[in-house]
Design a protein around this ligand. Sequence first.
Ligand SMILES: [Zn+2]
Length: 461
Amino acid sequence: MRRFCALLCLSAIGVADDNRSLPDRTRQYLVDLIKIDSSNPPGNETAVANYLKQVADSHAISCDLMGNDDKRKNFVARLKGSGRGRPLLLMAHSDVVPVERKEWTVDPFSGENRNGYIYGRGAEDDKSLLAAEIAVLVEIKRRNIKLGRDVILLSEADAEANSSGIQYMLQHAYQKIDAEFALNEGGSILETKDGPKIFEIETAEKIPIRLILTAKGTAGDASLPRADNPITHLNRALLKLSEAEQPAKLNATTRRYLRDISKLAEYSWLAPLIRTLDNPNAAIQQAAASQIRAKDPELDAMLHTTVAATMLNAGTKNNVIPTTAQAQVDVRRLPNETKEDVIARFRQTINDPAVDITLAPGPQLPATDPSPMTTPLYLAMGHAIGRTYPRDLVVPYMAPGATDSSFLRAHGMPVYGVPVFVRDAGDTRVHGNDERISPKNLEDGVELLWQIVLEIAGGGQ
Ligand SMILES: [Zn+2]
């Protein structure tokens, strides 16, 4: 039923939106995109690709659907430039994470406007960026703006699970997305209490590792408790891991980030602590990290590899002690530590021969160097943001979460998480319930993206 309605609604788009403003068109695209349920699994991203194709076709923008799964196509569009520079790639993912429907107060696939917000799965992650990017392409085309380089849009499938979309493009159609550099999700704007905004350009990411902890013991009747009960051993291991201090380490991105934000009144408390973080004495360094954690847990996550237990599996019957107990833990590793370092340290912390640590099956994201702060795109973002928001701060940022940017970075392409939308610190609903974005946030965001794209790709002759 939903599908039928979606198709009906879409058929009107190409003709209806010709004279809308850039923000109006973006808002319409976002609501339309939210209405297409692309929860992953199963994804069904082809429905998103078909929608984008319809928009592109109605404005004579050349595009393709690409991928080896008919239900999970990527969408690629291109506006030609003069060729003076190599292409700019705009990317966003077309899938969303599933919803816990009973926890939502609105239909997550309605795009409903309530209390001054647009609600729906994908409103923040990542359909707002996708809507803004296709709207910018349409705007360039409508105004017939001459470009100095091609501008490519990639809407990729499966970013929320196995990254099969970006991997398909890399392996089978790289020439379609080959670019000098790219903009993706991962950046955001942080509002501070005393006024200035912090525009966080994501240049680096922490690297996820999924680990399995397996405790082994002897099965037996629960009426005779055993010291080698694997559930007890696993519990102890998880507790030790969660309570252990992971060493604090700065890299070029986080050092610069902390130094720059410490110039703001709200973060001036950081200045003396940053110096202490480089102290070779582990105890002194840890004390500084603890002070940062007490004030701002998000900043603290930038300093360490983090670990969170996420899944448990043990036992089949209440009166039987099982032979094994298993837990999965989600680790976000600092890019300057190897996974071997991390696993060795965890083994030492757990210090129990009954508990083994292995890597969970499935793909591991590649580890990459940060994208440089010296490329024309990074500098163009600084200029465009500085023009529109002269009082505010632009900083490089290492995101705690992972995106598909790492695949392109590993391929040698600089990729930046573009800070166009304000993130609600303390009330982020990304992957949560009642995900939403305010129309003002969306409008300001697409205007800024427009400025950035023109700054780096405009002016062709
Ligand atoms: Zn995302």
